[in-house]
Design a protein around this ligand. Sequence first.
Ligand code: MG
Length: 202
Amino acid sequence: MSTPAIVVFDLGKVLVDFDYAIAARKVAARCKKSVGQIKPLLEHSRLILDYESGRLTRREFFEGVRGVASYGGTMEEFSAAFADIFTPIPPMIELHAWVRRQKIPTYIFSNTNDLAVEHIRRNFPFFREFDGYVVSYEVGAMKPDAKIYAELERLSGRRNAEILYMDDRAENVAAGAARGWRTILHESPEQTLAVMKRFGLP
Ligand SMILES: [Mg+2]
């Protein structure tokens, strides 16, 4: 099978792991709600969806959480607690570096927010090494919405089987496959590396 023209990486649970419980513990320490009440607010609520869809600014997201949780800290404290939940996944970062050494352009394709991106860019040097970044809060749409896939195609100038895309969420992978992209449902670094070999990489 021919080598893809570009490789597109999901971020969360592919290149970096995350745990919203870390943030929830710090936020809960400054309000009257429990960790169990705060964690879903940060991870799955309408507030976080609106923030990651670009409908709320970071200030508006913070004000929303503060209102719901009666949070007593500052926006700076909240931002630091909210963003510091990531740990890099070394074999996948090595895979990305290997793809770049083959002169194959790479892209970040993520449902995320500006606090997370700022934190990851500052703390994890690998994140600066992509050719392009297609992120939900800038596009105004989240995977698996077709709009964000179209933006990746527009930015890269690539489409169909020229694109190899890996993501840990089946619905996101399915939306890519529906456009003719080659896809990998990422379950573990070992498995993804094995599938990459079938695509002529590494
Ligand atoms: Mg993910």
